[in-house]
Structures are given as structure tokens and as C-alpha cells.
Ligand binder design. Structure first.
Ligand code: GLU
Length: 319
């Protein structure tokens, strides 16, 4: 694949593990507006790395919901199998081989219990920091891999990774402290999100990675991988997490905010009005068209934190 370097290319990369909710919709709309406001291309990539949880019917539903909102992708989706991660193992193999050749990877046979046992202190947000039980005494290391099933981990250096984010600004991360050596491929052969996403964004010519701010730490891990693989680092833009009025992150449990509930109660313009307000593009959540949001789009208006009022009207209609 060759790409015109000047072309703006963004992507929406859903995992087809369920129906979208308000946060996913806001991300889809924001990524579309961001590239379309600069005449760019919008890619729909299917992140179906997890074979147990990913279902084709969810992806069909996601496509149907995007079309209902008026969002059309320029590349990707189910009609283009090369944009589904489950079909891209060959690209991940090639990248992993290049990383192994640097001597910065090693085989890890730790079970989850081993990792939890060496975990100190416990991260309050549930993040697990790998303590380095399987890490060779010195790196780089070109040792033989054990014949038993093992994961492949990437050594992270004890240095600072700077990410300049389009909404959150400059962040400085020490990966050794924040996550430790991370997995590239699991013992069961499944590819890790971090490797797949970097390889895909690089090979698909993505210039802007826009997504929810729950992935802010991942931007540092991915920057580290971009550098090791010799790829250009894209621009990162993390969107505010959508919280309910109690300050809790919106999740599938907020059923009034699922696409199923919203689509049965609202027109596309009514839902876009709520998305526009949540992104800080409109002052009120009055109905608005996608074309109007495109005129109003300003990245500078996106806030770092956003509360979404769960609509009483929606709750009643869908009760
Ligand atoms: N597949 C991820 C999700 O649905 C998004 C990953 C990304 O945008 O980098 O949350």
C-alpha cells in the first residue's frame, strides 16, 4: 500500500462486541468531523482480535447505526476484509519478527496468578503492571524461545515518552512505572491490541488517531512501538470520557444511552444534537444536521471532561 503523505486520514476502530453506546457514537462522529473538515478520508477498521467476543452481527449492526447517522466511510468495513484485524495476522507476524530481531522481546510463561502475585502496589484503576518475572537478566537478549506455550513481551526502557495530544496537551509517561513490559502476542496466539493498532494505523496511512481518553496511556505505549518499528508517529487526539451526572463513565449498563434505546426514541438529528453539545460544538442539544456540525467543528472546543445528562424522556420511553 502506498499513500500520499499529505492526505489526512483518520479512522474509527470499533470492537464488534456489542451495540454502540453514546460514547462510541460521539467518537465516531468526532473522528468523521475531524477528517472531513480537512477533506480527509475516514476509515472504518474492525477490531475483532478477540475471537470469543467479536461477532459479525455486531459489526453489521455498527455499520447500520453509522449509516443511520449519515456517516459513510471511504475505506474499510465488512465489505473490505483487509480492514478487519482478524485477517491481518500476516502483517502482525512481520512486525513481531522485526521486533524480535532487535533483541527487545522475550518469552513470558507467567500465568495471570503469577502476575497478580508480583504486583505491587496494586493500581487503583485495575491496571496491571508487569513485575518482570520472566525478563532476562540483561537486554537486548537473543535467547532461544521455550517450547512450551508462552506470550511474547516487549521490554520497555526506564525513560520518558512524550505525547503531545490534540486535546490533553503534553503528557510525559514512564512506561516502566506505568505498565511495565507489555504483551505483543498472547500465549494462545492472539495478537495484542497495542501491536495490532500500531501496525494497522501505520500501514493504513492513518495520520490522526482520535479515540476515547481511556486510551491515553496506550498512546505512550504505541509511540514507543512506532519508534521501534521505524514508523512515523501519527497525531494523537483523545476525546473526553462521557460521564453520567453521577460522574461515572458511561457504560453498557447505562441502557438509556445504548444505540438501541436512542435510535428507537430519537431522529438522527436529535441524537447528533446531543453529540454536538457533548463535544462542545453546540451551545444547546437542539437537533442538528451532520452538515451543520461539519461547519461548526473546532477541535479547540472539545473539553477534557464531559457530563452527559441521561435523558429522562429516553428513560421513560424505553422503560
Ligand atoms: N477498538 C478500540 C475500542 O473499540 C479502539 C481502539 C483505538 O481507537 O485505538 O475501544
Amino acid at each position: 500500500m502506498t499513500h500520499n503523505a499529505a492526505k489526512v486520514r483518520g479512522r474509527f476502530a470499533p470492537s464488534p462486541t456489542g451495540r454502540m453506546h453514546f460514547g462510541n457514537i460521539a467518537t465516531a462522529v468526532a473522528t468523521w468531523l475531524s477528517v472531513k473538515s480537512r477533506g480527509g478520508e475516514w476509515i472504518l477498521r474492525i477490531e475483532d482480535l478477540d475471537p470469543q467476543r467479536s461477532k459479525r452481527r455486531w459489526m453489521e449492526q455498527i455499520e447500520d447505526d453509522l449509516v443511520w447517522l449519515g456517516l459513510r466511510w471511504d475505506a474499510g468495513g465488512l465489505a473490505a476484509p483487509a480492514y478487519s484485524q482478524s485477517n491481518r495476522g500476516g502483517h502482525y507476524e512481520e512486525a513481531l519478527a522485526r521486533l524480535k530481531a532487535t533483541g527487545m522481546t522475550y518469552a513470558c510463561t507467567c500465568t495471570r496468578a503469577d502476575i497478580m502475585a508480583t504486583q505491587a502496589p496494586h493500581q487503583s484503576d485495575g491496571r496491571v503492571i508487569y513485575g518482570g518475572r520472566c525478563r532476562p537478566a540483561s537486554m537486548p537478549c537473543f535467547g532461544e524461545e521455550p517450547p512450551t506455550p508462552h506470550a511474547t513481551r516487549l521490554y520497555v526502557s526506564d525513560g520518558e515518552i512524550v505525547v503531545v495530544d490534540g486535546v490533553f496537551g503534553r503528557t510525559v509517561t514512564n512506561l516502566a512505572r506505568e505498565c511495565g513490559d507489555f504483551i505483543l502476542r498472547r500465549a494462545d496466539g492472539a495478537w495484542a491490541y497495542q501491536l495490532a493498532v500500531v501496525v494497522d494505523d501505520a500501514l493504513m496511512g492513518v495520520t490522526e488517531v482520535m479515540r476515547g481518553s481511556d486510551l491515553l496511556l496506550s498512546a505512550a505505549q504505541q509511540t514507543y512501538l512506532y519508534r521501534l518499528l521505524g514508523y512515523d508517529v501519527p497525531e494523537f487526539v483523545h476525546l473526553p470520557l462521557m460521564c453520567n451526572p453521577e460522574g461515572r463513565r458511561l457504560s453498557k449498563r447505562d441502557s438509556a444511552m445504548s444505540m438501541e434505546a436512542m435510535r428507537s426514541a430519537l431522529t438522527p438529528e436529535e441524537l447528533l444534537g446531543r453529540v454536538g453539545a457533548a463535544l462542545g460544538l453546540t451551545a444547546t442539544d437542539e437537533p442538528v444536521t451532520l452538515e451543520r456540525l461539519l461547519e461548526l467543528y473546532e477541535r479547540g472546543n472539545i473539553k477534557k471532561q464531559q457530563t452527559v445528562n441521561i435523558d429522562e424522556e429516553l428513560r421513560v420511553i424505553n422503560a
